[in-house]
Design a protein. Structure first.
Length: 447
């Protein structure tokens, strides 16, 4: 009974988040309330003792803190580059005023950048660039939605492009050599089709942002800074972001440690730069001032959503459902398509974690001794199940705006309406998702 009530509370909270604009209730407050209530309900399910639940809560808080700290570091880095005019070197070189051409350019950059960075950081960078190029907020919603789709698709074919692919890669379920060639084409298709359809929403030339609306402090600062300094800040910021996956590979420490290292380097550089600069004190924007510009509402929304999903994971609802799928469906393609669809509703991390917990990586000896060796072979390293899981869990989150980390961040930064995304973009993302899945299945049948 209590488990059913927990599902009902989660669905109610989810509905209130979806209806944020009509109800005029901030989604961050709803998410925090939902997450807290679910953990309190978990306490009375009798599934685990209080000490065990306290341990699980601390474990969840630690995992969520990793994500939030990483997000804070990435937002600080991007905001610092932006406020010092670093992105002007890129925006000034985008000569096209045609909306459709810009849409394709934004999608292409996002797709490939998210394979090197993670899709979360890529989304922040691209939204900041978008604000320099597109003045109409409603048109930015279309561009922002394409950023979400392209970031999730771009992250799916790279072992370091998404949290779930990193999980599968680190645990040895997939390898770089097999993942990239097998998932690249399906990922391209999953992004290509939605962008092709979305381009019909855009006609004519761009309306540039109103420069008069920019803050005086930023304007005065960027005018005083030499071009060489702006370029140095841009290069240093980008290198700090690109260093994160390298740091992760070398040290095996969590990505948030890499981003904190980058923020520390940037902070010291800015202090030295300002100490040697003749710029007036009132115009200076050291990192200690930039930190106040971070959107705390987005961070709190993230916290609430992840707390809510973790409560469902620890109580066993997600793993029970995964077991039911395996028992009643049994087809690796259909199971993964369902997992991908669910990743649009709940976070893909616990879904992938549940699947990894259910199925160990099969060895050649296990396959040889199995009653159905063909089916079990799908669960070997780089098997169909694991590769298709990486695709479905990554790309499927694009179908709803709160179905992925990239979506949540863009929603928070651009205030995109959940219902608008559902009406205008979700079908496009679904078509791309199914088309890319079809390409992957066809590849396996043919080759």
């Amino acid at each position: 009974m209590m488990l059913t009530a927990m599902i009902a509370v989660f669905l109610l909270g989810y509905s209130l988040i979806a209806l944020e604009h009509p109800l005029r209730v901030n989604k961050a407050g709803t998410a925090l309330l939902t997450g807290t209530i679910l953990w309190v309900m978990y306490l009375y399910t009798g599934v685990a003792t209080l000490p065990a639940i306290e341990g699980q809560l601390l474990e969840s808080a630690g995992e969520i803190a990793e994500t939030l700290i990483f997000l804070i570091g990435a937002m600080l880095t991007v905001e610092l580059v932006d406020s010092h005019g670093g992105f002007s070197f890129i925006t000034n070189r985008v000569s096209t005023k045609d909306k459709r051409r810009l849409l394709w350019l934004i999608a292409t950059i996002t797709f490939f950048l998210s394979a090197v960075l993670d899709n979360l950081t890529t989304s922040i960078v691209m939204v900041m660039l978008l604000r320099k190029l597109v003045g109409d907020p409603k048109e930015r919603w279309v561009f922002g939605s394409v950023i979400i789709i392209a970031a999730n698709s771009g992250g799916a074919w790279s072992p370091i492009g998404d949290v779930t692919t990193i999980m599968l890669w680190v645990r040895g379920n997939i390898s770089t050599a097999a993942t990239i060639p097998n998932l690249f084409l399906p990922s391209v298709v999953s992004a290509l089709i939605p962008v092709l359809i979305a381009s019909r929403y855009l006609k004519g030339d761009l309306v540039p942002p109103d420069t008069a609306s920019a803050s005086r402090a930023d304007e005065g600062l960027t005018e005083k800074l030499p071009a060489k300094t702006k370029l140095t800040i841009l290069i240093l910021g980008v290198l700090c972001l690109l260093f994160v996956p390298v740091f992760k590979t070398i040290t095996h420490l969590p990505p948030f440690m890499g981003i904190l290292l980058g923020v520390g380097v940037l902070w010291i550089y800015m202090e030295i730069m300002y100490a040697r600069s003749p710029i007036e004190e009132r115009l200076k924007l050291p990192l200690s001032k930039v930190v106040h510009r971070i959107d705390g509402t987005t961070l709190l929304f993230f916290l609430g959503i992840l707390l809510a999903v973790d409560a469902l994971r620890h109580v066993g609802i997600l793993s029970d459902f995964a077991y039911w799928l395996d028992k009643n469906v049994g087809n690796v393609y259909i199971v993964n398509l369902i997992i991908g669809t669910l990743s649009a509703i709940v976070d893909n991390v616990p879904l992938v974690a549940g699947a990894m917990g259910m199925y160990p990586v099969a060895t050649a000896e296990m396959v040889a001794a199995a009653s159905d060796p063909v089916y079990l072979s799908h669960f070997m390293q780089d098997g169909v199940f694991w590769q298709f899981l990486a695709y479905c869990a990554g790309v499927g989150g694009s179908m709803l705006i709160i179905g992925s980390a990239a979506g949540v961040v863009v929603m928070g930064l651009e205030r995109i309406n959940f219902i608008w995304y559902l009406r205008k973009i979700s079908l496009l993302a679904l078509i791309g998702y199914l088309a890319g899945a079809g390409v992957y299945i066809l590849q396996n049948l043919l080759f």
